[in-house]
Write a protein that binds this ligand. Structure first.
Ligand code: NAD
Ligand code: TDX
Length: 337
């Protein structure tokens, strides 16, 4: 058995990764380390808690991370503060977890000679103009806009430096916007689905012309496993499902339609300050070198099947999100959002 330490495994992508690994990769013995911040939820792992070891703790805790990493083979590092809107209200937790937390993991990985895969985002590249046909590649220069994306860029730079200066065995992936089950309802897609389920109109920031290159979380996690199995050490891989023709307005209209509402049953609210316009990812390296393909695709928006599955999950799992709904909406209402 290979020992896998998953940081942030009670969060959205991390918990889906743990489910995916338990189901499809029996060769791994899994330990999750998670601080259980407002974004972490142990209930997301409830059905598989007997198949994993769960440690509640902080990735900034040097002693804890040293002990855990000494006793593992591979670290997959998802833990982060992840929400742009929160980073505009209170940046410090982003600096602490994303930068100091990643540094702490890197030092333990270096001390014990372990393999690391670092999970990152397309937002490190900044944004493109709405009419720019270019896509981000592995060699696009970093140009982050928000406190969130700048701390993710900082964490990627630390990993790159530890690879070059200390020769650690690490890979990095930068993925576009994920959607799927277990995503916190502060985020765009689950916020709108749970709004409709709560009889609240969905909320579109500004004009809704902004483009996010959406990918289903299982497609992201399948790519991460492929990188662990076949990726070249020291390399960065872009992960994206070619949905850069879909803007926020189209997504909100599709959610309204799929949930039986008129396609205009939403309202415009205040825009996000510094709102990135367009993200678009060129994942050819991952596709040609490692043979990855997304499974959630279709001819219309590339999202219909994945959104239907996600809507069904939020409809059938209301106890997972209901308790947070009022406070999330109250906090957005203060910003006119
Ligand atoms: P999330 O906010 O849903 O989950 C983050 C998890 O990390 C939570 O369980 C939280 O409790 C935990 N955590 C936070 N601070 C911690 C700390 N100091 N110590 C230990 N655990 C801590 O985030 P997500 O959307 O699942 O994102 C996971 C990773 O993927 C992040 O690194 C993010 O930057 C990256 N990413 C996210 C997306 C996306 O669309 N959500 C896209 C690309 C990359
Ligand atoms: O209510 C909303 N209405 C709205 O129009 C919310 C919450 C968002 N939006 C817009 C803002 C963005 O253009 O939808 C888009 C997506 O917003 P978020 O879900 O907040 O995601 P984003 O800011 O794009 O960042 C996400 O993808 C990249 C993740 O949160 C990051 O962790 C990841 O790195």
């Amino acid at each position: 058995m290979t020992k896998l330490l998953i940081t942030g495994g009670a969060g959205f992508i991390g918990s889906n990764f743990v489910h995916y690994t338990v189901k499809n990769k029996p060769e791994y013995e899994i330990t999750v380390i998670d601080k259980l911040t407002y974004a972490g939820n142990k209930d997301s792992l409830a059905t598989i808690l007997d198949k994993i070891t769960f440690v509640e703790g902080d990735i900034c805790d040097r002693e804890l991370m040293d002990t855990l990493i000494k006793d593992t083979d591979i670290v997959v590092h998802f833990a982060a503060e992840s929400h742009n809107d929160n980073s505009l209200r209170e940046p410090w937790p982003f600096v602490e977890t994303n930068i100091i937390g990643t540094y702490t993991i890197l030092e333990a990985v270096r001390a014990h000679g372990k393999r690391l895969h670092h999970i990152s985002t397309d937002e490190v590249f900044g944004d493109l103009e709405l009419d720019d046909p270019n896509r981000f590649t592995e060699s696009t220069p970093y140009n982050p806009s928000s406190p969130y994306s700048s701390t993710k860029a900082g964490s990627d730079m630390l990993v790159r430096a530890w690879i070059r200066s200390f020769g650690i065995n690490a890979t990095i992936s930068n993925c576009s916007n994920n959607y799927g089950p277990y995503q916190h309802i502060e985020k765009f897609i689950p916020r709108q689905i749970t709004n409709i389920l709560s009889d609240i109109k969905p909320k579109l920031y500004g004009t809704g012309e902004q483009v996010r290159d959406w990918i289903h979380v299982d497609d992201h996690n399948a790519a991460v496993h492929l990188i662990l199995e076949k990726g070249t050490l020291g390399e960065t891989y872009i992960i994206g499902a070619d949905n850069d023709h879909v803007n926020n307005k189209m997504v909100i209209e599709l959610i309204c339609e799929l949930m039986g509402k008129g396609k205009d049953w939403y309202e415009h609210v205040n825009d996000r300050p510094g709102h990135d316009l367009r993200y678009a990812m060129d994942s050819s390296k991952l596709r040609t070198e490692l043979g990855w393909e997304p499974r959630y695709t279709d001819n219309q928006t590339g999202m219909r099947d994945g959104l239907l599955q996600t809507i069904e999950w939020y409809t059938n799992n209301q106890s997972w999100w209901k308790a947070d709904k009022d406070s999330v909406e109250a906090s957005y209402a203060k910003q006119g959002q």
